[in-house]
Design a protein. Structure first.
Lengths: 315, 303, 542
């Protein structure tokens, strides 16, 4: 087991490196460079050349990558090619904000989804199942910007209960922060819970279909015991996978929620980085996202193996 | 112990070894039938929508933007669902949009499944270095946010429909891969697969007769959700000002473009959202019925 | 100049007793919402009550009040935010710059200029030398005094190979900056230019401290000091107690962006921000029907343009360009897309906002499909592609409308929508047909010189007309108003008839604010009164 985790960590580092190559190539093929974008409409060839020289953009691309990689090994994330601020300072506060939002959403949505998914699987075809199915489907089938905007109109504009934005000023009191985060939280819980509920239900029903469960039913084992001890146990593999993917999404993919609520997080920062072709910034975000993902899937795989003894000793 | 008894015993063991679960007859509940009706309706609209729509999707003809439902523009016609932000007939655009939205979503999801399932099952069955290398490349793609990959693709290759399909297909193939691989791994260590191996069945037989049928149901559930995600992915690109080329109608972009109307009582963003919802919910209701009629039937016995 | 007019009901519509009740309520600090409640209980609609309270607040707050926080949300921010004046390109940069720095001179609402850090400025007889005498006793935020060296350093950053300035071409005709004494600098021009002070009043020419190279915490002389600066998140500015003139009105400014336009409008409506830049014209009814907020629309010369490059197909065919000019539905664009917050364009970058230099004698080109069809047929072109990015609000919609009109005359106009990022570097001036936008410039001459002079680096339709170049230079030295107007008219006629630039509409700077904020100007060179608000805006609800 320890050996497997150790191997996974090594493999994870390889994955990080593959991501950095992908990001490097992806960013390099985009039209325009950071100088053209920062200087915009009123750039001249001379000012572009001056800007590139000043920020080291006149070096060949592979050299820029090499110097970034060198910096990574010494823990230096470099400076933004666009604004000149240090990447560490750009990421600093946003990292905490992102982890806070993702953490709270996960704490609420993961247990909730698993319980609701179990419920739906225990009573398939009943009204509980129907309501859950219809509810989750309705909520995920509308774009999240629609849900978010709709909530803002009701709770911020019309009722004036909650602030329309959550931009996490240090001057805000604890309750102001909580109030500001309420709507981003709800939006994200809706987005991730629906998929987790449905996959939990499907995973368990799939196991219920297996012959050994049928055997257990024939042997007269009690229904609750079958689902909770046998079916759920065996469905953990696929379920933790879906949970891991959704948690990774909460860290890296919530750009729409961050934009609508002006929440300073990492997802929007990376999009900004891509839009300004700010390679070191994009790389730094990619490393964080990929690192988070690697850790989450290692945990998912460990959970899957622990839950299924047969995976522990594969032939 | 004689040879004869041993032989008898062996035969008995073979008989008692579980086989793949038997195929069950598909029956739909009324909910499933409702789903089928709605999906069929939209599929028909994919083909006939543009011909029965009162206006062309690009026609800027109405008297005003955000006209309410059931309004009329003198000399031009009647707007069943009112007009959108730039004075186009909303009803016509929803009918036209069926082709774009459903077409892209289906094609991209199918592509994602084709690639994701075959590679995922291959990784699970083959194991070893095939699994490790496929999984690492897959991890690299999946660990990056999909909207960023979409942004990269659209910036680099433009936002033509084939580009969008390939992009969405590639992004979601990665997710499908993970699920297919996890399911495949679980199934590969199940008794009936081991039994099949002991019986000496070929790997091909095991994949098509044991692994795929058993992975089908969770994958089908995921297919329904994945379809929703493709629709939402395209609309999230429109949030960044990318996505389907104007003036082409696409439900997700229509929600985005008319969103500000919500603030003062226009439902122009609600109708395309409803179109997305009816279509995607119906697909998923059908999927649910399929899964209920296989696995669920057993569980029902216990209630 | 069309200016937005206040909604009709005001405090004067009320009876004298009601007036005094509302006014005394407001001056006692009763909340706006409560006062509106009184009015609505008396039968007023939400909108009417809102505008009555607004007008009452104005009457109560005749003089600027000191104190309070003003929260401003712009439309774009990100890691590329900069406090380097020379790299300023976005509203958020300009606004922060205005709070943090001063210029030598500054704009009045009518785009004339008045002294700022230069307490006096003057030109020699033929406008070939400009002298600026600096105010004494001005201090940077670190306490050091302002001298000519700081000005020399600030100006020097716009010259030479190492300059990254986005405005260097604007001052390229200054041959040399000379330090005359500790408090006097002189600009020696390479030719006569009476507009130099107006150019120096723009954002890029703010005065920074001599030797500044790090722009994470630079020193300025402006009305606010920097308390917190996180690019792409926000900046916080606190009152500069040592300010050289009667300081700013607010105690604190918080400047950030809400990039989603719908969310930005919602934040204003919910009271989470006080000022917002770039209101979507579609949201005007929403703002107008809500209590306590109003739109701030300033007519300007800013324009949305469709550039048909003259060096290649189809733009090298004058008949095609003419056909494209005739299919523009100019009034409809102003009415439907800009929702009235703009003026009809005449394929001429200069409009009424430029005052006397505008050639009003030039008839507006009418929407004429017959003429368009005739010219298109003559050109023999049946298909064309236009590259579109949403470079200004409504740009895509203008092109969508154009596409439908093109279809009516038998032209298949393909639209290729491309992302905004990278547009200026990779698409604009590099593809045969694309969209463009220009903000209003301080003078008609500066505007035309930027985008229509034969050798201008940003001549976006690559239209090269010798006569145009000649007129641009000559008109700068002309002092006779009649002759000057004649020359300006000739230039505008040339552009309108012959260039490959289609200008269907000029857009207003359309922003919105809370009714409890006053002191926003109407200078038409940028959002919210040309970004001049940070020092002068004040709260009326303190």
């Amino acid at each position: 087991m320890q050996r497997m985790v150790f191997q996974r960590i090594i493999i994870g580092i390889v994955t990080l490196w593959v991501v950095s190559i992908l990001v490097f190539v992806g960013t390099s093929i985009l039209p325009g460079d950071v100088a053209e974008i920062v200087l915009g409409q009123t750039a001249t060839p001379e000012s572009l050349a001056a800007y590139r020289a000043e920020r080291g953009l006149d070096q060949p691309m592979y050299m820029q990558y090499a110097s970034w990689l060198g910096g990574m090994f010494t823990g230096d994330l470099g400076t933004s090619k666009a604004g000149g601020a240090s990447i560490a300072s750009l990421i600093g506060g946003r990292f905490g904000n992102t982890m806070l939002l993702a953490g709270v959403v996960a704490l609420i949505s993961v247990p909730m989804s698993i319980v609701l998914g179990l419920l739906a699987a225990m009573y398939p075809g009943t009204w509980i199942d129907r309501i859950l199915t219809f509810g989750t489907l309705s909520l995920i089938s509308v774009p999240e910007f629609f849900i978010a905007t709709f909530m803002v109109l009701i709770f911020a504009v019309n009722l004036n209960w909650l602030p329309a934005i959550a931009h996490m000023s240090p001057e805000d009191s604890f309750w102001q922060t909580i109030g500001g985060m309420a709507m981003p939280l709800i939006t994200l819980i809706i987005v991730v819970a629906a998929q987790m509920i449905r996959m939990t239900r499907a995973g368990i029903l799939n196991v219920m279909n297996s012959p050994y469960i049928e055997m257990a039913i024939l042997k007269g084992v009690r229904r609750k015991r079958i689902i909770l001890r046998h079916a759920f146990y065996n469905a953990i593999g696929p379920i933790v996978n879906v949970v891991a993917l959704n948690l990774a999404y909460l860290v890296s993919g919530v750009v729409i929620v961050e934009t609508i609520f002006a929440y300073p997080g990492l997802a929007k920062l990376m999009i900004d980085g891509v839009q300004t072709r700010d390679l070191p910034l994009v790389q730094a975000c990619a490393m964080i996202f990929c690192g988070t993902y690697v850790i989450l899937i290692i945990m998912a795989d460990v959970a899957a193996i622990l839950s299924n003894p047969r995976l522990r000793n594969p032939k | 112990m004689t040879d004869a008894t041993a032989n008898t015993e062996e035969t008995t063991i073979y008989d008692e070894l579980p086989d793949a679960p038997p195929k069950k007859k598909l029956t739909l509940t009324w909910v499933g039938k409702l789903g089928v009706t709605v999906v069929v309706f939209w599929l028909v609209m994919v083909f006939v929508g543009p011909y029965i729509a009162p206006f062309h999707e690009a026609d800027i003809i109405a008297y005003d933007s955000y006209m309410p439902i059931l309004s009329t523009t003198e000399g031009e016609g009647f707007h069943l669902l009112g007009t959108d932000y730039i004075e186009r007939d909303l009803f016509s655009r929803i009918l036209w949009g069926a082709r774009t939205t459903i077409g892209i979503a289906f094609t991209a999801t199918l592509l994602a499944y084709l690639v994701g399932v075959s590679l995922g099952i291959a990784a699970a069955v083959a194991g070893g270095w095939v699994d490790v290398s496929l999984s690492r490349v897959n991890d690299a793609i999946i660990s990056l946010p999909s909207i960023m990959l979409g942004l990269l693709a659209v910036n680099a290759f433009g936002s033509s429909i084939p580009t969008l399909i390939m992009t969405a297909g590639a992004i979601y193939a990665a997710s499908v891969f993970r699920i297919a691989r996890a399911l495949g791994q679980d199934i590969m260590v199940m008794d009936f697969v081991e039994a099949a191996r002991v019986r000496g069945e070929s790997m091909r037989w095991i994949i098509f007769r044991e692994v795929l049928p058993n992975a089908a149901m969770p994958l089908a559930t995921d297919f329904g959700l994945r379809l929703v995600f493709v629709v939402l992915f395209i609309s999230s690109l429109s949030f960044l000002g990318l996505g389907i080329q104007p003036p082409m109608a696409d439900w997700g972009s229509m929600v985005r473009q008319n969103l500000d109307g919500l603030g003062y009582g226009s439902y122009a963003a609600v109708w395309p959202a409803l179109a997305i919802a009816t279509f995607t919910i119906s697909i998923n209701l059908i999927v649910d019925d399929i899964s209920a009629s296989s696995g669920g039937s057993l569980a029902k016995k216990m209630i | 100049m069309t200016e937005y007019k206040e909604k009709t009901p005001t405090i004067n519509n009320l009876s004298a007793a009601d007036q005094s009740m509302v006014k005394s309520g407001l001056s006692r600090g009763v909340s706006r919402r409560a006062v509106m409640g009184w009015l609505m209980a008396g039968g007023a609609t939400v909108a009417a009550a809102g505008s009555i309270v607004s007008s009452a607040s104005k009457a109560v707050a005749a003089t600027p009040q000191k104190g309070g926080t003003i929260k401003f949300a712009s439309d774009v921010h990100g890691p590329s935010d900069t406090l380097d004046p020379g790299l300023n390109t976005s509203t958020i940069d300009y606004s922060r710059g205005r709070a943090h720095y001063n210029g030598l001179v500054q704009f009045n609402d009518d785009t004339s200029v008045r002294p700022e850090l230069a307490e006096e400025f003057s030109a020699n007889g033929d406008n070939t030398e400009w002298t600026f005498k600096l105010r004494k006793g001005v201090r940077f935020h670190d306490g050091s005094g302002l001298t000519a060296d700081d000005v020399m350093y600030s100006m020097g950053r716009h010259y030479g190979d190492k300059s990254t300035s986005t405005a260097k071409t604007l001052v390229a005709d200054v041959a040399e900056w000379v330090k005359v004494d500790e408090f006097t600098v002189k600009a020696v021009m390479s030719g006569p230019n009476g507009d130099l002070p107006k150019i120096l009043a723009t954002s890029q020419f703010k005065i920074i401290k001599d030797g500044t190279t790090d722009f994470q915490n630079p020193m300025g002389t402006g009305p606010f000091k920097l308390a917190d600066y996180q690019p792409g998140v926000r900046s916080l500015h606190t009152r500069n107690e040592d300010y050289w003139r009667d300081g700013p009105n607010a105690d604190t400014l918080e400047i950030f962006a809400i990039t989603d336009k719908v969310a930005r409008t919602s934040a204003l409506l919910s009271g989470d921000i006080d000022l917002m830049q770039a209101l979507d014209p579609k949201a005007i009814p929403q703002i107008e029907s809500a209590p306590g907020v109003g739109i701030w629309s300033v007519a300007s010369g800013a324009y949305i343009g469709i550039a048909i490059m003259g060096n290649t197909e189809p733009g090298n065919n004058p008949d095609f360009v003419l056909a494209m000019k005739y299919i523009q539905r100019r009034e409809k664009i102003v009415r439907s897309i800009l929702k009235g917050q703009g003026t009809v364009g005449n394929d001429n970058p200069i409009n009424v906002a430029y005052g006397e230099d505008f050639c009003s004698d030039l008839p507006i080109r009418a929407h004429d499909l017959d003429k368009a069809k005739f010219h298109l047929k003559k050109s023999g072109i049946t298909e064309a592609t236009i590259q579109v990015a949403e470079v200004a609000p409504g740009t895509t919609d203008v092109v969508l409308l154009m596409q439908r009109e093109a279809q009516k005359i038998g032209l298949k106009l393909n639209i290729n929508k491309v992302p905004n990022d990278g547009y200026w570097g990779a698409v604009w001036m590099k593809t045969p047909m694309n969209v463009t936008t220009w903000n209003m410039r301080p003078t008609a001459n500066v505007m035309m010189n930027l985008a229509f002079a034969p050798d201008a680096p940003w001549n976006d339709s690559l239209w090269s007309n010798e006569r145009m170049g000649q007129l641009l230079v000559e008109s700068r030295a002309v002092t006779d108003p009649a002759l000057r107007h004649e020359m300006y008219c000739e230039m505008q006629t040339l552009i309108s008839n012959e260039s490959g630039m289609i200008i269907p509409a000029h857009r207003n700077y359309l922003d919105a604010k809370s009714d409890s904020i006053e002191g926003i100007g109407r200078m038409p060179l940028g959002s919210l009164g040309g970004y001049e608000w940070p020092e002068f805006a004040y709260r009326t609800d303190l």
